[in-house]
Design a protein around this ligand. Structure first.
Ligand code: PEP
Ligand code: MG
Length: 876
């Protein structure tokens, strides 16, 4: 701030020790460069000259504050020490200068509290006994005095009481920490400087940097600044202000302040602050005590400064200020933290005000902030005071509250009765789909981020936590147990699916107000900046419509087998069961004929909903054993239909069992062994397309072959598709343009990309399976070990959530390069769950993909992530 003379900021004189010194300090066993001592002394002299005060002087003492200053804002993560330089020698001088003995002893007791805590305990690495640090011990002493005197507020303590308290504090410090509170100003200054550098690697700061992805080697600067006092009586004050409202983005100056106080009083919430103006009154009742009314001159100056600052920095800023005897001082200024609603509002307003351009605007909202606008969330206030009973993988964002049910039937019943429930399962299988749909949220003890429950939940924008290994579920007894405590059907839970926390009981929720005009306008700005196309993984016409509403530019993955799950699946599922349990080609073909009309109808509906946009239809890929019936009635019905005995059924079912279904008879392998299955699907696709083309719609199906590991598999299947295409075109008298591409989801396919590209029109990376097979981690069973891998630092993230750019990324990079080497314009996309994850989307942008595809509810996030990837590139 001081480095901007043009901005004319009233900053207390001071100097900065740069981050390089912090790096040196940590690289050299906590020592300083040789020249530092002399430099600090020279600069201190300059400050003395500017202020007309002298550090350590008996008659005219200068006091300083010592604060951290990191390159990226880390509010409250590092340390600050105020009033440095107060000693038994300088106290009388301060009293003479200010004429206020009470004020000076109040400053002294604050120094002892901060210094003993930050320098003598934390920086010295002393672990407090029973978790009770020196600051807490001293605070209790202060409370004791207040209680003994019957005082409610700190301000009621007299000078003599504070003086006695300071003596008591120093004795306590010596007793608890084993050394004297330093009475030499220089010793205090160097102690404080060292402690700020040390706080760079404090637990809080390290954890914060990990979350915010701030590099650990940046280091902090130290700002040494002459003290100004907001606690010099009623013409003094201190406060925190934002150039715009950080809670809703409103473009008015916003803030809070306290008369006769020091900064920590505002931040620590000891006293309730007053609004600075009429726009900051929310929650405070009235503005009669606003800074604007109480100290109009200082307010006017502050308002003019905040306007200058925002114009210069072109962002919403957080400003700390102090008014000392009517004179305004600025202590700190940084980019202000804000919530999602405010972030979007501010970006749009600043764009309109021409303060920033579109490229800058899209970088002003983080994907997590945008997500806040898309889901109802648990009220953060309620969550702050609640204790989570368990933690799982955050599979579906947002919050939900409802009572526990243990099966689909109960969930459906609850929904019918208009009640909100949470379905709790050990794991989920296709039979739970309807219950999952009916429930408010899903909680499972097993499974990973790409487990069935997670995929389905995200597809519906539902709150979902999977792999919550702390819970055990006894569906038969209808009991869930967490850490020895039992929960019954009907007991309430609240889930935070964004963070993976499970709470007991009902916590209040916030409706984040989805689909608001701001969201739509902001995403339009994103579209103007992004290069990647964003498609959706959608299996029904309804999903396709939803995806279009969210801005999808096509379908990147239509899973053709969706009709065998969930509502209205009885008939096609029965036909499918007949097909997989058939004993001959004739029987199979007969069953396929029964499936055909269902498939054609669904394909037609999805193609129609997305007419004009590309639609990728993937041929059948489910592990067949999933569909073998188990219930007595279902088995009997199948036996009757196939005219077989229960024994024959058992035999056929046994033959279908696989020990590793994920790597079993699925995908293209079905078509290789049973060409009639591919033929039926191709016919359903082309007949649906032909009928729509006849209606005058523009339809270009992209047929996608899954689980390919060798180009000869495609060579084997393509003639079947071509033959059906010819037949359908001839019969309909229409031309149907189409392409045949493949998923790249097996490492061997990626490796042999130069061969595969010869026979494929496009690639879509199936990064769910590609991650599974590259790591050798079953995507449905990671809950048991991946959390430990992350805790122990073996993995940085769950690779099923965030694309592993090193390993899986290596295969992708190779496949793209080799594929485009053969076919320059090979269309490339991604349809694994990573297609909606921001860092993975950025990777796809960098690697030259044409599109990403993700569940409809993640389309807005993908649009933002794609725009940010472009924006970063443009700014380079
Ligand atoms: C994939 O493997 O990434 C993919 C999209 O296919 P599925 O999830 O259906 O296996
Ligand atoms: Mg797959």
């Amino acid at each position: 701030m001081a480095g901007h003379p043009k901005l004319k900021l009233p900053v207390p004189p001071g100097f900065t020790i740069t981050t390089e010194v912090c790096t040196y300090y940590w690289n050299n066993k906590r020592t300083y460069p040789k020249t530092l001592k002399a430099e600090v002394e020279t600069n201190l002299k300059k400050v003395e000259k500017e202020t007309g005060k002298v550090f350590g002087s008996v008659n005219n003492p200068l006091l300083v504050s010592v604060r951290s200053g990191a390159r990226s804002s880390m509010p409250g993560m590092m340390e600050t020490i105020l009033n440095v330089g107060l000693t038994l020698k300088t106290i009388p001088g301060m009293i003479k200068m200010t004429g206020d003995e009470r004020f000076v002893y109040d400053a002294y007791r604050r120094l002892i509290m901060m210094y003993s805590d930050v320098v003598m305990e934390k920086a010295a690495g002393i672990e407090p006994k029973d978790d009770k640090g020196i600051r807490k011990i001293l605070d209790e002493k202060l409370c004791d005095v207040k209680a003994a005197k019957g005082y409610k507020s700190d301000t009621e303590l007299t000078a003599q009481e504070l003086k006695a308290l300071c003596e008591n504090f120093k004795k306590t410090v010596k007793k608890v920490l084993g050394s004297d509170f330093p009475d030499d100003p220089m010793q205090q200054l160097w102690g404080a400087i060292g402690a700020v550098f040390a706080s760079w690697n404090g637990k809080r700061a390290v954890a914060y940097r990990n979350i915010e992805k701030i590099p650990h080697d940046w280091g902090t600067a130290v700002n040494v600044q002459s003290m100004v006092f907001g606690n010099m009586g009623n013409s003094s004050a201190t406060g925190v202000a934002f150039t715009r409202n950080p809670g809703n983005g409103d473009s008015h100056f916003y803030g809070e302040y306290l008369v006769n106080a020091q900064g920590e009083d505002v931040v620590a919430g000891i006293r309730t602050p007053c609004p600075i103006n009429e726009w900051s009154t929310s929650g405070h009742g009235n503005d009669s005590e606003s800074l604007k009314k109480v100290m109009p001159k200082a307010y006017k100056e502050l308002d003019a400064i905040q306007k200058r600052l925002e114009k210069h920095y072109k962002d919403m800023l957080d400003i700390e200020f102090t008014i000392e005897n009517g004179r305004l001082w600025l202590l700190q200024c940084r980019v202000g933290k804000r919530n999602g609603i405010a972030a979007v509002q501010i970006a749009l307003d600043m764009l309109k005000e021409k303060l920033i351009n579109k490229v800058e605007a899209v970088l002003r909202v983080s994907p997590a902030q945008l997500d806040e606008l898309l889901h109802p969330i648990v009220d953060p206030k309620a969550e702050a005071s609640a204790k989570a009973i368990a933690k799982g993988l955050p599979a579906g964002p947002g919050g939900a509250c409802g009572f526990i049910v243990f099966d689909s039937a109960a969930a459906i019943e609850a929904k019918k009765a208009g009640k909100e429930c949470i379905i709790v399962r050990e794991e989920t299988n296709p039979e739970d789909v309807e219950g999952m749909r009916a429930a408010q949220a899903i909680l499972t003890a097993r499974g990973g981020m790409t487990s069935h429950a997670a995929l389905v939940a995200r597809g519906w924008g539902k709150c979902c936590i999977v792999g919550c290994s702390e819970i055990t579920v006894d569906t038969a007894k209808r009991i869930m147990t967490v850490n020895g405590k039992q929960y019954k059907e009907g007991d309430y839970l609240t889930l935070n699916g964004t963070r993976g926390y499970v709470y007991e009981g009902k916590l209040s929720m916030l409706d984040a107000g989805e689909k608001n005009a701001n969201l739509i306008n902001f995403l339009k700005v994103c579209d103007a900046v992004k290069r990647l196309k964003v498609r959706a993984n959608a299996d029904t016409a309804a999903d396709a419509e939803k995806a279009k509403a969210f801005g999808a530019q096509g379908i990147g993955l239509f899973r053709i087998e969706h009709m065998f799950y969930g509502a209205n699946s009885e008939k096609p599922l029965f036909a499918l069961r007949k097909m997989i349990l058939s004993g001959s080609t004739e029987e199979r073909v007969k069953a396929l004929k029964e499936i055909f009309p269902f498939m054609k109808k669904d394909i037609k509906a999805a193609l129609k909903a997305m007419a004009g946009f590309p639609v990728t239809i993937r041929l059948m890929d489910p592990p067949l054993h999933e569909f073998i019936p188990h219930s007595k009635d279902a088995v009997e019905a199948i036996c009757k239909a196939l005219k077989i005995t229960p024994e024959q059924f058992e035999k056929r079912a046994e033959a279908l069992k696989e020990s590793n279904p994920m790597m079993g008879h699925r995908g293209i392998r079905l078509g290789v062994t049973y060409p009639e299955i591919t033929e039926m699907q191709a016919r359903a696709i082309f007949e649906a397309a032909a009928e729509l083309i006849k209606e005058g719609l523009k339809i270009t199906p992209e047929i996608m072959i899954p689980v390919v590991c060798d180009e000869k598999e495609i060579v084997n299947q393509k003639p079947i598709i071509e033959k059906v295409h010819k037949e359908v075109c001839a019969k309909a008298g229409k031309k149907i343009a189409y392409t045949v591409g493949t998923m790249i989801e097996i490492p061997r396919a990626a490796i042999t990309s130069a061969d595969i590209a010869q026979v494929a029109d496009f690639y879509s990376f199936g990064t769910n399976d590609l991650t599974q097979m590259t790591f050798g981690f079953s995507r449905d069973d990671i809950g048991a070990f991946v959390p430990d891998y992350i805790k122990k630092g073996i993995l940085k993230n769950d690779p099923f959530q965030i694309l592993d750019q090193t390993g899986v990324g290596f295969l992708i990079r190779h496949a793209v390069k080799a594929g485009r080497g053969v076919k320059k314009n090979l269309k490339i996309g991604i349809c694994g769950e990573h297609g909606g994850e921001p860092s993975s989307v950025e990777f796809c942008h960098r690697e030259g993909f044409d599109y990403v595809s993700c569940s409809p509810f993640r389309v807005p996030i993908a649009r933002l992530a794609a725009a940010q990837a472009s924006a970063k590139e443009m700014k380079k």
